[in-house]
Design a protein around this ligand. Structure first.
Ligand code: NCD
Ligand code: ZN
Ligand code: ZN
Length: 344
């Protein structure tokens, strides 16, 4: 096969940031994606409907002339989130989902939730109105090993929340483990899971063997090879509960290449070429469209995009090593193998 046509993809987990970084990042995602779920972990976070509407307008203003890219906004849940404000923003079409960060779990999550009982009324309201909850699924307890934090979160936090809140629609964001795959599969129509591009490529050796690779460090951190293989099998299976959320998370190189480098891989620029290569390696090109363009809209109750993109196989594709932004350069994800699929 040398050409594939897909419905235009969507990105169900994206960080566009703000200011000079947003100005550089909006075109990177708008080039290939029709819609994206926009993460609210700005500093300070996007916590009210009014803030989400203002952020949406800043994103629209940063899009290239003529772009029809649609940002689907999210609210950052805190222990002080007002269920009425959230429900109003959802009813008015300002926000699509809400995001649950355990406090301290990841980049800019200090205002996240410490006591999950405090957000129970919000979660119950979300179940009532059918508003999806996107979850960063890692516990933050110091005694839990960082490689176990996702599996422990599923048992101790996610499963109890779902049992206590029937009808709550949940997206397990950026799953990284076999346990995440198994739990997502077992959850029925109310449960979905996003998988990133980089977690289909990286295991923990890529971060640590032969020198520390700060551009491969993200949260949840990449796990053992058996987990990467479980993610590959899930993404390429075509099963409806698994869909693309790139978690493209730009940080300037100075913040990544540091004595305390921050978490996040920036993949927006070459994600589709990487995914096509991955699906081809696994003999699953015929299921790429389900992962990038069909399963996500079906979970969110939105129509699949009518527009199409064409990918063509040929000589290795060149892409910039880094994107220059007004805030500094941002390194583009290097999958470690040549990419043969070009988006026409
Ligand atoms: N994935 C990451 O490593 N980082 C994300 C936050 C997140 O999605 O957890 C970021 O905002 O930089
Ligand atoms: Zn996260
Ligand atoms: Zn993220």
């Amino acid at each position: 096969m040398t050409k594939i046509t897909l419905r235009r993809p969507d990105d169900w987990h994206l960080h566009l940031r703000d200011g000079a970084m947003l100005a550089a990042m909006a075109p990177e995602s708008a080039r290939h994606f029709a819609r994206a779920i926009i993460m609210p972990n700005l500093v300070p976070p996007v916590v009210t409907g009014a803030e989400a509407a203002a952020y949406r307008d800043r994103i629209r203003a940063a899009l290239p002339e003529g772009s029809d890219f649609t940002p689907l906004m999210t609210l950052y849940l805190t222990e002080a989130t007002d269920p009425d404000d959230l429900a109003r923003a959802h009813a008015e079409g300002i926000v699509t989902a809400a995001k649950l960060y355990p406090a301290g779990a990841t980049t800019n999550s200090a205002s996240g939730v410490r006591d999950f009982d405090k957000v129970r009324p919000v979660l119950e309201r979300m179940a009532e109105i059918g508003m999806p909850l996107c979850v960063h699924g890692e516990v933050v307890d110091a005694e839990i090993d960082i490689f176990d934090r996702e599996a422990v979160f599923i048992d101790r936090v996610l499963d109890p929340i779902r049992r206590a809140t029937p009808g709550l629609r949940v997206v397990m964001e950026h799953i990284t483990t076999r346990q995440g795959v198994d739990y997502a599969r077992s959850g029925g129509a109310d449960l979905g899971a996003t998988i990133t591009t980089h977690h289909l490529v990286l295991n923990r050796n890529h971060i640590l063997v032969g020198g520390i690779r700060p551009h491969y460090y993200c949260l949840p951190v990449a796990k053992r090879e058996e987990h990467r293989l479980a993610l590959r099998a899930a993404a390429t299976s075509g099963e409806g509960c698994f869909f693309l959320g790139t978690d493209s998370a730009p940080h300037v190189d100075a913040a990544k290449e540091s004595g305390c480098g921050c978490a996040g891989c920036f993949t927006a620029t070459n994600t589709l070429s990487v995914l096509a290569e991955v699906f081809e390696q696994d003999g699953a090109l015929d299921r790429l469209e389900a992962f990038t363009s069909l399963n996500g809209p079906a979970f969110y109750g939105l129509p699949a995009n009518e527009a199409r993109v064409v990918l063509q196989r040929g000589e290795p594709v060149s892409y910039p090593a880094r994107i220059e932004t007004g805030a500094g350069p941002v390194t583009v994800f290097d999958p470690g193998f040549p990419l043969h699929w070009r988006v026409l």
